[in-house]
Design a protein around this ligand. Structure first.
Ligand code: HEC
Ligand code: HEC
Ligand code: HEC
Ligand code: HEC
Ligand code: HEC
Ligand code: HEC
Length: 479
């Protein structure tokens, strides 16, 4: 075997090494040029240095221009876990002389920075975006992988309501304040909990404002693929954005959706050191924790209206695919005792979209539930001829036969409810007395499809009182 020529090999390795070193040097040089001469932030600050010199018409101005350095500037705030380099490219935000400049040099609008000095708050606490970035595209983080890209300007107020009480900032952040008003007025609490109070059909919204972009389904979003725009389009038409959504469709206008989104995005869990939480917020949280019971009507609007509307008439809800019964109709309240109303509100109707409102479920206290009961009752006392002590002892087989003929079409063969409430429901069975069921069958519910069976109706012949007793006996066997 021939021995390899060691000298040739040695030369080749040396050459290869030299080439690699040269290449590395070229890359290093390129990086140095990129960072020191043509880095975006350097160019931005270079131009600002010129603007400073142009504006230097007095000694103070000349001193500022002389001291200006072209280097990275940052606000580091360990308490908030913030390192923001935004001021590197926005050096004029606290200089009132820059009000006439183009971005990124213009003076910051409003007095936000006087109230919240950048050394203490940074910028991303209000604007979001990627604080450490030194390239604007990365700071904006719209197209790079970043959970909370720069908030579009229309949504900046959501940050105010993150810290400030949403009902205390009407003057400074009117959009977020209006959003909170709409949230209460439109009965969003009927399906969503915030701070433990609300219905159960939708998710609690306490931290929806920090939900990451990747967790939203963007398939049917037509406009910008931003979290904020997801909320706008979802609020304007939930079923279009989330197939099969049972969220109520309010047909909101853009302006209403914009206000609501500013409130929704403010729900970020408020996990901040105490000295960053303003007094108005502390007061608001205190009043929420130790709240006085609101009048029944206001509670009803917040928690019940979204589904029951005014409660005087009933309707089939095509989105929930459920029949929503009346709750304030005198034909109902004349035979519903306060105890029946209270039990049904406390326990809901499990499996039937009627949420349970007692403290450990929907978060309402007993005094609040009693206010709602009084509101449902209104001016209608129990009917004088309504005898709560009545007990049915009819024939359940005959009752089953009559049920099949007269009732199953609406209430379902097994009482599971089709175009009417479910009678085979645990809470219904536990709370409805024989007297209540008898009176309902006899009198029906004026203004709903539940006709009275004590006399002939267009669809049904009158039932005798013995037949009605058989029916009551049978209805009580439905499980
Ligand atoms: C590398 C330089 C650079 C950095 C770093 C930078 N910006 Fe800017 N910013 C710009 C420039 C240039 C503009 C104006 C051009 C434009 O609007 O596209 C601008 C515009 C803006 C605007 C108004 C226009 C818009 O798109 O909303 C806001 C708000 C803003 N920046 C906030 C921030 C915040 C907050 C940070 C820190 C997270 C930041 N910027 C970091 C260069 C920068
Ligand atoms: C307390 C909250 C808050 C802080 C902190 C804050 N900003 Fe703003 N900023 C706002 C609001 C609100 C607006 C929008 C004002 C308006 O147009 O009504 C705004 C507007 C701006 C704009 C102009 C946007 C435009 O399109 O005209 C820029 C640029 C900007 N901020 C940069 C910064 C930078 C850089 C910092 C950090 C030094 C910062 N902001 C800190 C609340 C804040
Ligand atoms: C990180 C929390 C935080 C954010 C975000 C925030 N603020 Fe503040 N703000 C405070 C604190 C803390 C104070 C100090 C005064 C206090 O305790 O009430 C304050 C003070 C103020 C004041 C002065 C109130 C007074 O009584 O002197 C105004 C006005 C104000 N903020 C408006 C806003 C607006 C508008 C925004 C949104 C652009 C905003 N704030 C965002 C925490 C915040
Ligand atoms: C009838 C019940 C119902 C009412 C009333 C209702 N929602 Fe919803 N909401 C839902 C359901 C169910 C979902 C989940 C399906 C979906 O995303 O559309 C949902 C989803 C949401 C989401 C997305 C949450 C997430 O984590 O993805 C937001 C935000 C929201 N609702 C806000 C509101 C607001 C604001 C109102 C009042 C204007 C409201 N909802 C009223 C049932 C309701
Ligand atoms: C998410 C929609 C929804 C919300 C919010 C809601 N309900 Fe209901 N409620 C229903 C449905 C649906 C039924 C009928 C259940 C069935 O079909 O079996 C019902 C039934 C009832 C009943 C029984 C009626 C009867 O004829 O026996 C009462 C009482 C009632 N709700 C009161 C309330 C009150 C008070 C609130 C607010 C604190 C409220 N509901 C909130 C959907 C809702
Ligand atoms: C045409 C449809 C229809 C028929 C037929 C019908 N119901 Fe009803 N029933 C309803 C509706 C709708 C309601 C809820 C009324 C409301 O909105 O308050 C109701 C309510 C009731 C309630 C009270 C439920 C509750 O949750 O408190 C009982 C009990 C009841 N019906 C029994 C019967 C019996 C027994 C029959 C047969 C003799 C019958 N219904 C026939 C539609 C019907």
């Amino acid at each position: 075997m021939e021995k390899p020529d060691m000298e040739v090999l040695d030369r080749r390795i040396k050459w290869a090494l030299l080439m690699v070193s040269l290449l590395t040097l070229v890359f290093l040089a390129a990086a140095a040029v990129q960072e020191n001469l043509i880095a975006e932030w350097r160019i931005v600050r270079g131009r600002y240095a010129r603007i400073l010199r142009e504006k230097a018409t007095d000694d103070a101005g000349r001193e500022i221009a002389r001291q200006f350095e072209n280097r990275i500037m940052q606000n580091v705030i360990p308490a908030l876990n913030i390192t923001d380099r935004c001021i590197t490219c926005h050096p004029g935000i606290d200089d009132p002389r820059m009000a006439d400049q183009e971005q990124p040099y213009r003076t910051h609008p409003g007095d936000y920075l006087e109230k919240h000095p950048p050394e203490q708050y940074g910028c991303t606490i209000c604007h979001q975006g990627q604080g450490r970035a030194t390239v604007f595209a990365d700071a904006k983080a719209a197209d790079v992988h970043w959970d909370y890209p720069l908030l579009p300007k229309e949504f900046a107020q959501s940050s105010c309501a993150m810290c400030h009480a949403p009902d205390a900032i009407k003057e400074y952040a009117p959009l977020a304040a209006r959003g909170y008003e709409l949230f209460v007025e439109k009965g969003c609490y009927g399906c969503h909990k915030v701070a433990g109070v609300g219905g159960a059909m939708g998710l609690p919204l306490d931290t929806v404002g920090v939900k990451k972009k990747a967790a939203f389904p963007f398939a049917y979003i037509e406009g910008d693929h931003t979290i904020a725009n997801w909320h706008i389009e979802h609020l304007m038409d939930p079923q279009k954005i989330v197939a099969g959504s049972t969220m109520k469709n309010y047909n909101f206008t853009y302006d209403e959706a914009l206000a609501l989104t500013n409130y929704i995005l403010s729900l970020r869990g408020l996990d901040l050191p105490m000295n960053y939480i303003p007094k108005d917020r502390i007061e608001y949280e205190y009043h929420k924790a130790f709240r006085k019971a609101l009048p029944g009507e206001e509670l009803y609007k917040r928690y019940c209206y979204a589904c029951h509307q005014d409660g005087l008439s009933s309707h089939y809800d095509p989105i929930l695919k459920r029949y929503i019964p009346t709750v304030r109709n005198p034909a109902f309240t004349a035979i519903a005792t306060d105890d029946f109303l209270k039990r049904n509100i406390e326990k809901g109707r499990p499996g039937r979209d009627m949420p349970a409102w007692e403290e450990q479920a929907g978060g309402l206290r007993e005094d609040e539930i009693l206010n709602i009961v009084a509101y449902l009752r209104g001016d209608t006392p129990l009917s004088p001829d309504y005898d709560e002590r009545y007990r049915a002892s009819g024939n359940p087989e005959r009752g089953a036969f009559l049920y099949e003929r007269n009732c199953a079409g609406c209430h379902g063969e097994t009482g599971h409810g089709i175009q009417a409430p479910a009678l085979a429901n645990r809470v219904f069975q536990e709370s409805a007395t024989d007297a209540y069921i008898k009176a309902t069958i006899e009198r029906g519910r004026h203004g709903t499809t539940m006709t009275g069976f004590a006399q002939d109706s267009p669809s049904f012949a009158a039932l005798t009182s013995a037949e009605i007793e058989d029916l009551v006996t049978f209805v009580k066997t439905l499980q």
